[in-house]
Design a binder for this molecule. Sequence first.
Ligand code: ADP
Length: 253
Amino acid sequence: MGGVAALFNRLSENTSSSPPAIILFGSPGSGKGTQAKLLRHCVNGPHISTGDMLRSHIEAEDRIGKDSEKLLKAGRLVPDEWVNELVEKRLAEPDCRMGVILDGYPRTLNQARVLMDLLARSGFRAAVIHLMVDYEKIVARLSGRRQCPVCGTLYSLKTNPPKVPGICDLDGAALVTREDDSEPVIRQRLSEYESLTRPLLDYFRKAGVPMFEINGAGAAPEELSGQVCSLLQSSGVIAIANKTAHPRASVTT
Ligand code: ADP
């Protein structure tokens, strides 16, 4: 047996005691990074963001950083092999043993196939959180986004501004605007998402990966992460700490 059916069988062999691999899925600006940070209270494992990893390499001015910089500035995806290798190495680190939260990976069919194979082999159980947000809201969100270069906290000028303009509430660092948060680049990122990433939803469905559809603009970030956490617990993806019902979200498999 080969293909998606074989993969499904291998994923199903991983039981409820297997560590969860929570895949935060959605367009740029759908809130994956914010949710990943909030979900660390619920999922016992690190937040793995391929975007953050690539930006660290750019800062370090190493080979992968130099090769990636232009692509990130242009809002284009970097080649699959680079991110596949980064994620494979990261997942092998000891802090991933209890679970992981993946943010911004996988983004292409090739990445999804590599990841599902890796998760099946390493004994993880995958689940997808699909954050759905209207594209026009996204352009407004991303153009008003500011980030702390020190601790990574994200702010929104409109909905979640820092207490002192331009300064991080947590460590006092001057906030920065990401270079790819200008409107033309945001539109390019959305177009990459539409053509290369969105089709993965179909792949996940066929592979039988549990998928949770969340209205990413339906509530404040903390409330959304509470909904996501409850769904993950009530569906048995992660161990139950405290159960609450959240009527605005739904699960499909
Ligand atoms: P966003 O989800 O808002 O686009 P990220 O920080 O996840 O922000 O990604 C920023 C950029 O990093 C992307 O536009 C792309 O250039 C690159 N990138 C991140 N993750 C991947 C990936 N899995 N595959 C290819 N390129 C990636």
